[in-house]
Ligand binder design. Structure first.
Ligand code: MV4
Length: 668
């Protein structure tokens, strides 16, 4: 009997695995890097072992350190999660050699599926449809050019050691072939240390549809329906759903049976995913098999009612599969989106910084898989995914509606996210019609407003003016009935300056009782402030009573109205801009480069002009300096980090902002 599971991962997947393991009575052991000492997955596990510094190569990829932690804590099995060591056959073997059960497939299956060329041959032999092409052993340029004559154009050149879109080239015409082979070869050597290439006919505007399979140690295998992951951006999945709106019952059965053949042919055990390309005529072709539990497994769980981590643990213990094929039924529809700290309006640059508030929406049919909570920081060390937001509905539109609402009602204050981009996709008509292929984001969605910088509206400025005008706006402030307290207040007109991004906007705020008239240039906005406090602002706007979420932190205000988040700062009482003005305290990298030294730590008092961090770029050292006096609130860079221009490195809070944050913590 297995009793104690070590989770060789971090973040949401570690949390996800710990939840099921605990519910089944397992003791759990987390591993963590120095940067993750206070992470949720560490807090949730029974025991935790530090395995090294922040960099993944020195911690989460250190097989030896992880196995040593398992031995030291007396764990008897290891769950690798996804990414990191999950598809490393050496790690699977090392676990076994140390007497630990690896919760995943045997090494041979991992190894076979790691080669595009060998897996394609094996699948073809097993009777699984593959894209017509050429899979010669270490084929020379000449052999490839020769083989291309029988394939036709357009065709794809793929690196045998590649996967997930890496090392892949599309060739439209014969005269572009030789050159592309050479480039693909040198790229593959560079990226994978292996220049082996294969050729395939190109499938035009395919859908990416994958089948969840499960196999046990007794020769049984089943499929648990498909997931449609066609909505991708640069081979990163953005939306995943089950079932696929494109798959008919007959296609599901044919793909499911092919996927089961694939699993049986490679001696598979545990959870696996067989990826297929599906063309417009519903022909399907094997692409690759992922030998791990995937990020998007929750949509399958929601429509099958099964816990796939529980299945994995049960198979790892040697038990037969929990259900036979005819006992697996699909119910309703589930859609997942990946909520990221990234800026869609800025080429999807990863965002780092403190997560002042993260409050998942609540409601029927919703599931949030997350590894972070309010107060955590998003650092440059790891993938900036904040959460997977998943909605179930009895039908596709019910799932879409619930997901859309969940995205609009979730608050993330502190870092820019792709939340609005996600909600625009879910609401989109092409997506709604079930017509999104892998070309959707590049074509129908390319000019979407969520991909452009947001212009703050006068309505949002007016909402901010209401909050800033009202002194008692701290997060702990009780709900305040404005009508009662302000009904006798005299009318006032106050100028206000609000900083939004790089801009400072001047407003005139006129208040009569609870009625606000906010003027910017020629434009005016009127609203009635009803109540304020507890992070919720209630207004009457053109006769409609509405609510909006906000969060105050010193002179910073985060506001979420109509599903979009904005961050503002009240600079009314700051000295006029110019050389003497102090900055926002959000100290960012001035260019792409490497951090060679960090000179300050959290809590340290700094003066404007003090050097905080040294950045090396273009072979020169650049001091990054404080733009205001204050206290170092967050340090988001460590020596050795590669950083992007505009990436947040240090946050300086004013003395006043700091005392605010203390009350906030005391109130939680
Ligand atoms: C293809 C293809 C068209 N024809 N192969 C990209 C990821 C990698 N796993 C395989 N990929 C593709 N292979 C042939 N023969 C188009 C893609 C492709 C794609 C596949 C799945 C999801 C998104 C994609 C986006 C662009 C291209």
């Amino acid at each position: 009997m297995l009793k104690k599971l070590l989770i060789a991962n971090r973040g949401e997947i570690a949390v996800r695995v710990i939840k099921t393991a605990k519910s089944l009575g397992y003791r759990t052991v987390a591993v963590y890097s120095e940067a993750d000492a206070k992470a949720l997955h560490v807090e949730m596990a029974d025991e935790a072992v530090c395995i090294g510094p922040a960099q993944v190569s020195a911690s989460y990829l250190k097989a030896d350190a992880i196995i040593e932690a398992a031995v030291r804590t007396g764990a008897d099995c290891v769950h690798p999660g996804y990414g990191f060591l999950s598809e490393n056959s050496g790690f699977s073997k090392a676990c076994k050699d140390a007497g630990l059960v690896f919760v995943g497939p045997p090494e041979a299956a991992i190894e076979l599926m790691g080669s595009k060329r060998r897996s394609k041959i094996a699948m073809q032999e097993a009777g699984v449809p593959v894209v017509p092409g050429f899979e010669g052993d270490n084929a020379s340029d000449e052999e490839l050019i020769d083989a291309a004559k029988n394939i036709g154009y357009p065709l794809m050149i793929k690196a045998s050691a590649g996967g997930g879109g890496r090392g892949m080239r599309l060739v439209e015409k014969e005269n572009e072939l030789a050159d592309n082979i050479q480039r693909a070869r040198s790229e593959a050597k560079q990226a994978f240390g292996d220049g082996e290439l294969i050729l395939e006919k190109a499938v035009i505007e395919p859908r990416h549809i994958e089948i969840q399979v499960f196999a046990d140690q007794h020769g049984n295998a089943v499929y648990l329906g498909e997931r449609d992951c066609s909505v991708q951006r640069r081979h990163q999945k953005v939306v995943e759903e089950a079932p696929s709106p494109f798959v008919t019952p007959a296609l599901r059965q044919a793909m499911g049976e092919a996927a089961v053949k694939a699993a049986l042919a490679c001696g598979y055990e545990g959870a696996g995913t067989v990826e297929f390309l599906v063309d417009k005529d519903r022909n399907f072709y094997f692409l690759e098999m992922n030998t791990r539990l995937q990020v998007e497994h929750p949509v399958t769980e929601l429509i099958t009612g099964q816990d796939l981590v529980a299945w994995q643990l049960s198979v790892a213990e040697g038990l037969p599969l929990p259900l036979a094929q005819d006992q697996i039924h699909l119910n309703g529809h589930a859609i997942e989106v990946r909520l990221y700290a990234e800026d869609p309006a800025n080429g999807f640059t990863p965002q780092t910084g403190p997560l002042h508030q993260f409050r998942p929406a609540e409601g029927e049919g919703l599931r949030f898989d997350t590894g972070v909570r309010s107060g955590d920081a998003v650092t440059p060390h790891y993938d900036p995914m904040l959460a997977k937001v998943i909605a179930w509905g009895a039908n596709r539109n019910e799932a879409r509606r619930r997901l859309l609402r969940a995205l609009e009602d979730t608050t993330v204050f502190g870092v820019t996210t792709n939340r609005y981009f996600l909600s625009r996709i879910i609401a989109d008509d092409v997506f709604g019609a079930g017509e999104a292929t892998t070309a959707f984001l590049q074509q129908a969605f390319r000019d979407d407003p969520s991909l452009a910088p947001k212009e703050i509206s006068l309505r949002e400025l007016a909402l901010a003016a209401c909050v800033f005008s009202h002194g008692n706006s701290g997060p702990d402030a009780a709900r305040h009935d404005i009508n009662r307290s302000w009904s006798n207040a005299p009318s006032t007109v106050t100028p206000m300056k609000l900083e939004v991004g790089e801009k400072t906007l001047a407003l005139l705020v006129r208040r009569v009782g609870n009625h606000f008239t906010v003027t910017r240039g020629e434009e005016q906005y009127e609203l009635n402030l009803e109540s304020l406090g507890d992070g919720l602002l209630c207004i009457i706007d053109k006769g409609v009573r509405q609510q909006c979420q906000y969060h105050c932190r010193g002179d910073h205000l985060y506001l979420q109205a109509s599903g979009q988040a904005v961050a503002l700062r009240d600079v009314t009482h700051q000295p006029a801009s110019g050389a003497a003005a102090s900055g926002s305290g959000r100290i960012k990298a001035t260019m792409d480069g490497a951090i060679i030294d960090v000179l300050v730590e959290v809590g340290q008092t700094v003066k404007r002009g003090d050097t905080l961090v040294i950045l090396e770029a273009m072979k020169m050292e650049h001091p990054v300096k404080a733009d205001r006096d204050g206290t170092v609130g967050e340090v988001l860079a460590a020596q050795g980090d590669q950083v992007k221009r505009s990436q947040l490195l240090v946050e300086i809070t004013t003395a006043e902002a700091n005392s605010d944050s203390n009350t906030e913590e005391a109130g939680q």
